[in-house]
Write a protein that binds this ligand. Structure first.
Ligand SMILES: *[C@@H]1O[C@H](CO)[C@@H](O)[C@H](O)[C@H]1NC(C)=O
Ligand SMILES: *[C@@H]1O[C@H](CO)[C@@H](O)[C@H](O)[C@H]1NC(C)=O
Ligand SMILES: *[C@@H]1O[C@H](CO)[C@@H](O)[C@H](O)[C@H]1NC(C)=O
Length: 416
């Protein structure tokens, strides 16, 4: 904004200050792909001002977004799909929008990748995940809504139309396979969703689907397959707890305590993390525990972990999902942040929802909880550094750092 930034410093004697101007992340927009016209001019500029949009976080040009879906790294590109309403800034008409990035920060919007087109997803394409098959081809598993009267949920699979296309623009849903799982055997059909990334062990693929039993016990159903085509539900869930419905389960191995490298979802880890999104309270929590591959059971290390509820984030952060990034051997966490505006305000703004900055996560040295840090690529947003060295500042004193022309600064203060 051209105004110099004032920095309030702690009362240390000698300091070095480095202030960095932050440039905005980009999201290249293909307007021709947007279904709706821009908000009408009657909406006051104070509401639709671009200054109110995030400069750095993931956000499409307009409309409603929620859960991140099927994040993956493929042929040099990061792919992010997400729950999207192409027709407005409220939840509804859900398709999978699709963006790609070289760095998890700057994104290019492509056309929606998964949208209603078969009987088992004709009333909505809800959340799901990507799994890389042994030949390197990705598969997407997702929840389809197959009835118009209730949100009747089944699970579907899709494969790239052309696996040589690094942008994975088109997906096919084989009619002979879909749906791959239906709510049989007493499963509540409106509470059966969000398949995870699958992992391979002892000749079988496994994936989880979130659900609830008896209205109160959240659980993760286990499905098994030899060929990723035909799936069968295991008799027992991976885990369950008296929390209400589990949405968007996420299950992955972690390296040993304090080790920052991530593991592919099919690698055996010394420890595992199970995350669930609680539909009742609208937050994500996780436990760290052990996984018995033979019995397909998960046991949290802390027997009260499901009640104590460690959270990834104590702000507005929901429906998160991780993926293993082979390019940097790290596990990356993505999540949706609901801006908590009212529906009329969202409609007036023309958008609702952003994604948090992707975070690398790993097990902390105690082995009891996860550590997380924004991916290092976020530092690309830093612009011109301005340093002030050897400045003596007295308790309570203010001083101005000049030479900055930016909306935001990131300040590092070192006591020398
Ligand atoms: C598949 O994608 C590759 C890479 O983009 C492209 O060269 C090729 O023409 C595509 N094949 C078809 C059948 O579209
Ligand atoms: C399924 O879950 C919904 C939402 O909790 C509930 O209203 C409905 O009664 C349940 N159906 C059955 C058959 O239990
Ligand atoms: C979103 O915002 C509304 C309104 O503030 C809130 O009730 C809801 O719990 C929020 N979170 C999610 C994950 O929907």
């Amino acid at each position: 904004m051209g105004t110099p930034q004032r920095v309030l410093l702690a009362p240390w004697a000698l300091l070095a200050v480095v202030a960095l101007q932050l440039a905005g992340a980009s999201h290249v927009i293909h307007w021709s792909l947007e279904a709706e016209a821009a908000p009408p001019p009657s909406v006051p500029a104070s509401i639709v001002s671009p200054l109110l949009k995030t400069g750095y976080h993931f956000q499409p040009p307009r409309n409603w977004i929620n859960d991140p879906n099927a994040p993956m790294y493929y042929k040099g590109w990061y792919h992010l799909f997400y729950q999207y309403n192409p027709k407005g800034a409220v939840w509804g008409n859900i398709v999978w929008a699709h963006s790609v990035s070289r760095d998890l920060i700057n994104w290019i919007a492509l056309e929606p990748a998964i949208y209603p087109s078969i009987p088992s997803d004709q009333f909505g394409c809800w959340s799901g995940s990507a799994t890389l098959l042994p030949d390197g081809t990705p598969a997407i598993t997702y929840t389809g809504i197959s009835r118009s009267d209730i949100n009747y949920q089944v699970q579907n699979v899709a494969f790239p139309k052309n696996a040589s296309d690094p942008l994975l623009r088109e997906w096919v849903k084989p009619a002979e396979l879909n749906p791959i799982a239906v709510p049989e055997g007493g499963i509540n059909a409106t509470q059966f969703r969000d398949p995870t990334t699958a992992w391979y062990a002892d000749g079988h693929w496994r994936m989880l689907v979130g659900g609830v039993r008896g209205g109160a016990r959240g659980l993760a159903f286990v499905y098994r397959s030899r060929d990723f085509r035909r799936w069968r539900r295991a008799r027992k869930p991976l885990h369950s707890a008296a929390t209400g419905m589990w949405e968007c389960p996420d299950f992955f191995p972690v390296s040993g305590a304090g080790l920052e490298n991530g593991l592919d979802t099919s690698e055996a880890g010394p420890k595992y993390v199970l995350k669930n999104s609680l539909d009742l309270t609208r937050y994500d929590y996780y436990t760290v525990g052990s996984y018995d591959r033979r019995r397909d059971r998960y046991v949290p290390d802390d027997p009260a972990g499901d009640e104590r509820r460690r959270r990834y984030d104590y702000g507005n952060f929901y429906a998160s999902k991780t993926f293993y990034d082979p390019a940097k051997r790290r596990r990356v966490l993505l999540g949706w942040a609901n801006e908590s505006d009212s529906v009329p305000d969202d409609k007036a703004k023309g958008w609702a929802g952003i994604h948090a900055i992707p975070r690398k996560i790993w097990l902390d040295p105690s082995g009891k909880q996860l550590l997380q840090w924004p991916v290092e690529e976020v530092e690309k947003l830093r612009g011109k550094p301005v340093s002030v060295a050897g400045k003596v500042v007295k308790p309570g004193q203010h001083f101005e750092v000049t030479g900055l022309a930016t909306y935001q600064v990131s300040t590092a203060v070192n006591s020398l």
